[in-house]
Design a protein around this ligand. Structure first.
Ligand SMILES: *[C@@H]1O[C@H](CO)[C@@H](O)[C@H](O)[C@H]1NC(C)=O
Length: 148
């Protein structure tokens, strides 16, 4: 019984650290944080980007062997330019945050950093998945029935 309780608490703590947003929940959170039309980028574009980068998983990480950098979180923000993970060569930390801050259930910090990324000249084109899956597409499905 005690072992089961311990297992239950362990699972609870693990799942609590791996929040996966539901599509409309994500869209509403973006809107609340001023992302609708931020730098000319519509909510549907942000939702499309996140779906294809992380499938809305706040804990997503992907290592890029070429640059020995890692992409972090729901927006897959890169450690070479935007955050500090203590292991990426020639890292810049443009958002002035530890990369772990991009993996939290509360995506406020991740959104602030995504805003910083999109303020750079290349804008939303910084995200490969956006160019591949969202650019020049009809994106209305991504915010359908979300009330945003
Ligand atoms: C985009 O797709 C939606 C739903 O499939 C459709 O209603 C809408 O007319 C389309 N918009 C454009 C500009 O093609």
């Amino acid at each position: 019984m005690k072992a089961l309780l311990t297992l239950g608490l362990l699972l609870l703590s693990v799942t609590a650290q791996a929040k996966v947003y539901e599509r409309c929940e994500f869209a509403r959170t973006l809107k609340r944080n001023g992302m609708a039309g931020y730098r000319g980028v519509s909510l549907a574009n942000w939702v499309c980007l996140a779906q294809h980068e992380s499938n809305y998983n706040t804990q997503a990480t992907n290592y890029n062997p070429g640059s020995r950098s890692t992409d972090y979180g729901i927006f897959q923000i890169n450690s070479r330019y935007w955050c500090n993970d203590g292991k990426t060569p020639r890292a810049v930390n443009g958002c002035r945050i530890p990369c772990s801050a991009l993996l939290k259930d509360d995506i406020t910090t991740a959104i602030q950093c995504a805003k910083r990324v999109v303020r750079d000249p290349q804008g939303i084109r910084a995200w490969v998945a956006w160019r591949k899956h969202c650019q020049k597409r009809n994106l209305s499905q991504y915010i359908r029935n979300c009330g945003v």
